[in-house]
Write a protein that binds this ligand. Structure first.
Ligand code: MG
Length: 371
């Protein structure tokens, strides 16, 4: 049963280009399927989340991370009576604008753009992908997604100012996004905070002792698990602990959002939109645990010396290729040379690089920068 404050598909503001209704899939289900069939979605498989393939084939990449976010989001949306189809579409599309090499790649691309007084931002890039770059239909460019999915792409993780980005005015920037979109940023955190502990431990970059010492919620559950399974292998106790953290975060997000919605007297989608702040939130206690977990990962994993050389490589590859194409635009594929008639050269190069997988950008680097 959909709650009154959920997004109801029959009230969708619809698509840019009107299309006939599908006989047995609603508009949000179709959007979910369009995202899954997009080329940019398939490329997520070959984009780094935190660890490159050098470490292991069973660590998360951006695609499997996306699927984990989707699973958690769907569960939470269901428990809150939200629109699970919309939530699923938003979770599947949430990282589609990420460049190769994880956050190092994003930082390097943004730095290259800033030299030309421009910037790179993955949510805005995701919107360009679904609106323009994906070409599957003869009748229109892009995927022609519903308003609510496009709005969620832009607004799920941050607020934008209408003054600096007037082209986004149609996305109701002075209103909060629906709860389905608000959830995504938080489920993203649940997914990577737990998964990165797991992959970091498996990669031997984080030790059990370090994690127990640095992440209080982990220590608490680990002690509990040791009581129940004193003879279990360490890795299984580790898994049982991470599982409990994930459940605690997800459960808290459901309960706390539910009580905030009730306390605020939210009875319609419009109340969600007009409320002065986002309603999807962790409780203060769990939010503190989440922050400890996240800070621990920043200090001990993301900025660890072990991953530093890969970060440097990522920045060098992105930076040098960007400069190369700035000086040699004739070496861009013809389709991108064409685009420089409508867009500035730095923007076209940025779009090209942002779409690349880790392997493809390395091939380009070998071809143009190491010759
Ligand atoms: Mg993500």
């Amino acid at each position: 049963m959909l709650a009154a404050y959920a997004v109801h598909v029959e009230h969708s503001r619809g698509r840019r280009f009107i299309e006939p209704q599908h006989p047995y899939r609603n508009d949000f289900q179709r959007d979910r399927d369009r995202v899954i069939h997009a080329r940019a979605f398939r490329r997520l498989e070959a984009k780094t989340q935190v660890f490159t393939r050098r470490y292991s084939d069973h660590f998360r990449n951006r695609l499997t991370h996306t699927l984990e976010v989707t699973q958690i989001s769907r569960t939470i949306a269901g428990a809150l009576g939200l629109n699970a189809d919309l939530t699923e579409a938003l979770a599947l599309v949430h990282d589609i604008g990420h460049p190769p090499f994880g956050h190092a790649g994003e930082k390097a691309l943004d730095a290259a753009m800033r030299e030309h007084d421009l910037c790179f931002e993955h949510n805005l890039h995701a919107l360009r992908i679904v609106e323009d770059f994906e070409q599957r239909y003869a009748a229109f460019r892009g995927l022609n997604l519903t308003f609510e999915v496009r709005e969620g792409i832009i607004k799920h993780s941050r607020d934008y100012d209408k003054k600096t980005l007037p082209e986004l005015a149609e996305y109701l920037l002075d209103q909060r996004p629906p709860l389905e979109a608000q959830l995504i940023d938080l489920t993203d955190e649940i997914a990577y905070n737990t998964a990165d502990l797991d992959d970091g431990y498996e990669a031997h970059l984080l030790s059990l002792d370090e994690i127990r010492e640095g992440v209080p919620v982990f220590e608490r559950f680990y002690r509990e698990v040791e009581q129940i399974y004193p003879d279990a292998p360490e890795k299984l106790k580790f898994n049982e602990t991470v599982r409990r953290i994930l459940n605690r975060f997800a459960d808290d997000l459901i309960q706390n959002t539910w009580s905030r919605v009730n306390q605020a007297g939210i009875r319609a989608l419009d109340h969600v939109r007009q409320h002065p702040e986002r309603l999807a939130a962790f409780s203060a206690a769990v939010d503190a645990e989440r922050a400890q977990n996240k800070n621990f990962l920043y200090e001990n994993l993301y900025f660890s010396p072990a991953l530093a050389s890969e970060k440097d490589d990522a920045e060098r590859v992105v930076g040098e290729l960007f400069s190369f194409w700035m000086e040699h635009p004739a070496s861009l594929p013809e389709h991108y040379q064409e685009k420089t008639k409508e867009e500035s050269l730095p923007r076209v190069i940025c779009d090209y690089i942002a779409g690349m997988t880790d392997n493809f950008i390395l091939e380009q680097y070998e071809k143009y920068c190491e010759g």
